[in-house]
Every structure is written in C-alpha cells, then in structure tokens.
Design a protein around this ligand. Structure first.
Ligand code: NAD
Length: 296
C-alpha cells in the first residue's frame, strides 16, 4: 500500500483515483472544484483542503491538471507541492503540457531534492476509466522503476522516454502525427466520394494498403467502416477537437523552441484552429472530415 496525494480530479484524474483506490492504495485528494473532491471521497479517498495538504505525509504525489500554468501553480511557490511534500516523496505530473514547463518544474523539484517524472497519457477518458492508458515517462530510470507499479494500475503500456521532459516530447510528437494523419484520412474520403468511390470500398483498400494508419483502420472519420469510431455517433465522445488543437499547438511551440520547421504540423494547427473557431471544439476531432468535406 502506497500513500498517494492526487491533485486534479477532472475527466481523467477522477477515474485514475478510483483505479488506485481499487488496487488498495491510500489517497489524499485535492481539486479546486469541490464537487470532484466529494466524488473522490465517496470512492474512498481522504479529501484535502489544499495542494499543500494533499502533498504532505504521502510517498507519491500525482497531478492531472489542464496546462503548464496549472502545473506551475500546483508545484511552485510557498503553497505548492515542492515546498510542502515530505523529503523523499516522488513527484509525478501526468498532465499534457509544454516540454519547457515540464523541464522547468522538474529542475525546481531536483533543486529541492525531489525526483520528478513527467508522465502524460494517451487513451482518453475511456482508457482512464478502464485502466488501459499509455504512459510516456520522462525522468531518471530509478524514479521510473519506482513509479511503474502505480502506473501499471492506471495503464497498459508504460514507456520510459528518457530524461525530464521526454514524456511530454513523446506525447506531443505522437499527437502531431495524429492531427496530420486524421486530416489526410479525411481528405481521401472526401476526394473518394467525389470520384464515385463508396466509403467502404476506399476503406477496404486503404486499410490494407500503404495508406493504412490508425486514423483509417481504427478511428475512421466516416460512418460505417469502423463501427466503434465516433463518426458513427455523430462525432460525440472520443477525443475533443479542443484537446487535439491544444496538443498540436504544443507541438508547434516545441518546434519553434528548437528552431525546427514542421510545415504539416503548422498547417494541421491552422485547420484545427479554424474548426474550433467555427464552434466545433467539443466535437470529436475526427469531425474535421465534415469540415473538409464541406458539411460544416
Ligand atoms: P479537466 O479539465 O477535466 O480536469 C482538470 C482538473 O484540474 C479540473 O478538475 C480542475 O479543477 C483541476 N485543477 C486545475 N488547476 C488546479 C489547481 N491549481 N489545483 C487543483 N486542481 C486544479 O481535464 P482532463 O480532461 O482531466 O485532462 C487533464 C490533463 O490530461 C490535460 O493536460 C489533458 O490535456 C490531458 N489528457 C486528457 C485526455 C482526455 O481525453 N480528456 C486525454 C489525454 C490527456
């Protein structure tokens, strides 16, 4: 049994907390939203009144908050995790944030004598609930070995990506490719329709030929060929376009920081920005097909 402080009980965090509790761990939890703290308490966690309180008296602190500024607010300053955690506590941030902030906060933790890992996830809310997330982890091999048994409760694939910030780097690279490939998949179905191809026929070819990719064979953006894809439920649920836009913008921030031109990533960011500006940010990101097909 490990004593864990968990901060950030939103769509992802609350499910992760439930899975850790079900595995027999002891959790102290905090979120700015009281309702989510109450929901975690109902599942057996002890509510904490602040970040500082959640960080005290535990062996591991895990956070799952929206963006880099929230991670800074949680970890830095007098009331933050670093100033209040017990000596020897392991700090693990699972939020998807920019690489630079992940490295900055990890360095502040190291200066105060703490091991810190960035461990963003993929797999969405469904994966968080089922305990099948993929974790991409940046930090020392020793800290990775220490946290792995906990991550294995919440996830299925746990990958050590290298030193501090590398978990975020891996996540951002993966999702930049996903943003691009979903646009490519959508464009071929839109073009195929205009050339007289049935969606199913193009799917049968593309999913078994050199165009094959996750955006076609698992998450097909047109209804029909893959019954489980969000296209079959009017693009509801799944991975919101707002989150895809967030991730592809993070990839562009990172590319700019290292002086690399990523023209397709940049164009994908423009296309998802346009989609969000039209008011569709809450739809699944594969609904980009509808915009590219002229339906939105
Ligand atoms: P969410 O907005 O549902 O939850 C975030 C929670 O953090 C909120 O409850 C908020 O009140 C809390 N919070 C913010 N600042 C805080 C602070 N200073 N102290 C305490 N609590 C604070 O977000 P989510 O969907 O759970 O996503 C969390 C992270 O996981 C994000 O970085 C997101 O990009 C990433 N992610 C989400 C998904 C997904 O499908 N939802 C998939 C993969 C990765």
């Amino acid at each position: 049994m490990t004593k864990i402080g968990f901060i950030g009980l939103g769509n992802m965090g609350l499910h992760m907390v439930r899975n850790l509790l079900a595995a027999g761990h002891e959790l102290k939890v905090f979120d700015l939203a009281e309702a989510t703290v109450a929901a975690a308490a109902e599942a057996g966690a002890s509510p904490a009144g602040s970040v500082a309180e959640a960080a005290k008296g535990v062996e591991v602190v895990i956070s799952m908050v929206p963006a880099g500024k929230h991670v800074k607010a949680v970890y830095l300053g007098d009331q933050g995790v670093i100033a209040n955690a017990d000596a020897g506590a392991l700090l693990v941030d699972c939020s998807t944030i920019d690489v630079a902030t992940a490295r900055e906060v990890s360095a502040a933790a190291a200066d105060a004598g703490f091991e810190m890992l960035d461990a963003p996830v993929s797999g969405g809310v469904g994966g968080a609930e089922a305990g099948t997330l993929t974790f991409m982890v940046g930090g020392s091999p020793e800290a990775f070995a220490r946290v792995s048994p906990l991550l294995e409760i919440m996830g299925k694939n746990i990958i050590h990506a290298g030193g501090p910030g590398n978990g975020e780097a891996a996540k951002i690279c993966n999702n930049m490719m996903l943003a691009i490939s979903m646009i490519g998949a959508s464009e071929i179905f839109a073009l195929g329709r205009r050339l007289g191809l049935e969606d199913q026929t193009l799917f049968d070819v593309a999913s078994t030929s050199s165009a094959r990719c996750w955006s076609i064979d698992t998450y097909c953006p047109v209804p029909g060929p893959v019954p489980t894809s969000p296209a079959n439920r009017d693009y509801e649920g799944g991975f919101a376009a707002a989150l895809m836009l967030k991730d592809v913008l993070l990839s562009q921030e990172a590319a700019q920081d290292v002086g690399l031109d990523t023209p397709l990533g940049a164009h994908a960011a423009e296309i998802y920005t346009k989609f969000a500006d039209k008011g569709h940010a809450n739809m699944d990101f594969s609904a980009i097909f509808k915009m590219l097909n002229g339906d939105l």
